[in-house]
Design a protein around this ligand. Sequence first.
Ligand code: B12
Ligand code: SF4
Length: 475
Amino acid sequence: MKVRLVSVYNLFESPPIGLASLSTYAKEYGGFKPEIVDGYYCRDLFKKIQQDKPDLVGITSDSVLYEDATVLAKRIKEEMDLSIVVGGPHITTLPQSLRPVFDAGIIGEGEQTFLEVLESFESRGSLDGGKEIKGLVYWRKKKLEFSAPRELIMPLDKIPPIDYSLLDKRHFRRKPLSFDYRPGIEGNMFTSRGCPYRCVFCSGAQLYKHPRFFSVDHVIEEMKTLIEKYGCNHIQIWDDMYTISKKRMRDIAQKMKEERVQERCVFSVQGRVNHIDKEVCDILKDTGVTMLSFGFESGSDRILRYLKKESVSAEDNRKAIRLCREAGFYIAGSLIFASPGEKLEDMKKTLEFMEYAQKEGVMNMRCYILTPFPRTDVWEIAKARGLVSEEMDFRKLGMFNIEDPPFLDPGINKGEFKKLFDMATKKGYQMSGGVRRMFLAKLADEPLNVIKRALRNPRRAVAYLRNLFGRRDLS
Ligand code: B12
Ligand code: SF4
């Protein structure tokens, strides 16, 4: 049986690890060989599907890309009449939004559910019989039905180490590394799934509520594969919450030393500021970590406590930066503007925080508008205000809604906000020249690709360049 797993990704050159995991699992437990069609590299996804003529297509999609996923599915349905399933963060958090072009949506962790879908499809030749497979939303007589919920995979090691050969080889070409922009080969991996926190804007933690961990041996095996087989000299650990347990970080560091892993590769992780102390910095250094990124979110204590449910203060943000700077890590971060009830004074505190971060050598700070993703606290607020719905155009949740931020306080003039946000974005890009260096490295690395992408959306390209090379001061 021929199966294709498609990512409609087109903005970031980052590997679809979720699809690779589904495919690895389906091969290990069912002997299936789903191949991945990677939307970053494949310019015409429909044509590729037409050439490959699969029996079944699976598409991964977050909310922003749900419209693109729907358009592709519609064309495949109309012109090829194939069975199509959709999975990923969007359908998991808003299964009621399944569209008729999809035969079924896979809710939550997909490995076991997808395997059972393949087995059922192989024996029946269709997706009928969804009810017996847990974790599905599907159509029956033009009505949406749900099967029983799928339990999480336990222990997580039941999922085999990812077969990275399933990914497009170009993910492992030499390119500017994301931490210091020197050329190198980058790998991405997970050592855990889930996060115990419940920040009001995050649907990530809704996917796998409580953290589950791959064993240390599993983690080291993936690291060694990436280094020895794919030549990676920088690995990004994409866990939601790598810094949750000191003991586990220590165990991983110990094993890495035994296997001499960190002599051959450097690592970056996402941290949470309230986990950072001198001991954690020492363990991370021992693990070969050179870069940490944080969701700092705001410089205003009031807003920060709202966004992160009292778990972090503005001083925690500053302290984490100080400690990481003393330990010699590259530091990157992100910020959120236009939260419910946020006043201009709060935003100015965030700008002051950016000044502080810049003085402490933080490399870059990405600025975002608070966006109501499904099944988050802020989605509920936006829904009550009639701003979002299950039938909406989900492209509106894209990250460039600067003209009309959904939660901007009515007391703030939109023009004034835009000016302030532009200033912050510019500042974040230019901080220590980090993003500027990245852009120049990318331009030197693949000039034609950069120019082609700029020509596809010239207005956005001009705005990006103005932010990158414009004036530096905030006054
Ligand atoms: C790594 C990551 C990124 C990376 C790379 C993404 C990539 N290549 O996959 C980068 C940095 C590029 C990125 C960017 C963004 N991201 Co992001 N990202 C993540 C993160 C941390 C991990 C994703 C991942 O790989 N998980 C591991 C794999 C194993 O899980 P998975 O992909 O979900 O797949 C499993 C299931 O979902 C399911 N499944 C998935 N697809 C399919 C398909 C089929 C057919 C089947 C059967 C099953 C199935 O089975 C898989 C195995 O169990 C998640 C948070 C999280 N914990 O998931 C956020 C997350 C996915 N990102 C999110 C967002 C919002 C974004 C941005 C829009 C942020 C922004 N404002 O800029 C951008 C833009 C993305 C875009 N569309 O253009 C949200 C999505 C929310 C939503 N409802 O859409 C998440 C959930 C985080 C959050 N804050 O809530 N992201
Ligand atoms: S933003 Fe980070 S810490 Fe907060 S809930 Fe999401 S993954 Fe957890």
